[in-house]
Design a protein around this ligand. Sequence first.
Ligand SMILES: Nc1ncnc2c1ncn2[C@@H]1O[C@H](COP(=O)(O)OP(=O)(O)O)[C@@H](O)[C@H]1O
Ligand SMILES: [Mg+2]
Length: 490
Amino acid sequence: MVWVEGEPGIGKSSLVAEALAAGSAPGWDVGWGIAGKLTERLPLRVMLDCLQVRPGSPDPRRAHAADLLRSLRQGLFADGDASVTGIELLVGLVDELSAAAPTVIVLDDLQWADDASLIVWHQLAASIGQLRLLLIGTCRPAPRRPEVQELHAAVIRHGGRIVTLGPLTETDVTALVTAMLGSPPGDTLRQLTAQAAGNPLYVRELVDAMVREQALEIGPAAAEVSAAGERLPASLAAVLTDRLSSVPAGTAQLLRTATLLGGKFAVTDLAVVLRRPASALAADVQEAVAAGILTEHPNDPDLAFRHLLIQQALYESMPAALRTALHAEAARELAAAGAGVLSVAQQLSAANKPGEAWARTWLVESGPALAIRAPQVGAEILRRELDATPSGDEARDGLMASLAWALLAAGSYQEAASQASRALTVMTDPDAGLAGDAATGRNRRPGRGRRDRDPGPDRRRGGWRRVRDGARPDRSVADPFRPARSRGRA
Ligand SMILES: Nc1ncnc2c1ncn2[C@@H]1O[C@H](COP(=O)(O)OP(=O)(O)O)[C@@H](O)[C@H]1O
Ligand SMILES: [Mg+2]
């Protein structure tokens, strides 16, 4: 187990990528999941990305896990805690993968990993000695959430390595600049790059910006700042946003819109928000990739910003009021285009603008799916919307029922119970909203009726447990979160 920590841009991801490129063998199963601010509250998200668990995956083990997970989520309310079973399912999958080939799991930017993914790590850590498994995490330094701090402690407890990356030395910075420009930096340029305080991302961005602005005179003996170097951006954020000036206006517009979707996003979602067909984005996306702002990965349909700090700087360069208005617009466009509930919910959450008629309709229709896929975010949006919905409005019943389900799925059992009983006392048609299995509720729940065709979750869970029990002792002992959850449920 290895835990790499340091400030953003210090080289954590690069170090892990280099180490794996140099040290791994072709047959290894390497998964890389990147957490982001938007994924922190999506159960299992980063671990699912890392393990490439997707319906229709070419690997039958992964496709099977994705199918099981989906039916688990659909059976959630009738059959118990889907996130606990989902955790077991992923732990079982890693058992299977690492039995077949040496397996590497990289969770990048752990400070934003969701709790369920952290629990998967805990459970794997407890038996890492018996697995052909390498767990690698990267994380920003404190302050961290208690769950992340707990994982850090577990890595130490299980004998893992903590690698702390500090700033580059002056000699390293000089070597980096020399490698970039072909000549060593002169005195003025060295003073300028010192402003980066040894942060390689900052050094690179600064030097790139000077090359773009033609602010350097590069001779064979030294590279030095020219007269044009007077107007150089002063902060890292300014250097990063300056990248936009190097691309055509249409590309810059696409990039500003893309920042609304987070560090990583689906091209189809971006097309919807821009109100352009996906095929029409190709040229601008190429420009952005060539300018070093976006990156594409061969096995990943999504696009990503090359570094989160770039996304953040571009995002923050827009006034806050404009951003929230744009989030609200994006939510509406995505909902109208039938985009995934998570995409719409993330925009609604960021827009924080309850009371829109379309959003209310969407929430009534998608509330149950939202409660399952993103319970915490769902509860937050539903609560806000309910507060803004006048009593007597016909949407209230549906919103209340969905809120109760979301709270239940998020593990807030007491609040779920009180929300449910409050709902029952005021509902106009309680049978339609809350009674029995959510699948029979009047909300059009995706997968309704499908459970009949699936094996019951108990059988599935038993199946996974059998596999694991054969392999090693029960991991739940080492799971720091589970006792708390059990208490909550009692
Ligand atoms: N040791 C290094 N020497 C030169 N450049 C580096 C080094 N480490 C990182 N970089 C560059 O710095 C930038 C940020 O690195 P990254 O690994 O993404 O940082 P982090 O993951 O810590 O945020 C990248 O562009 C990378 O190429
Ligand atoms: Mg990184």
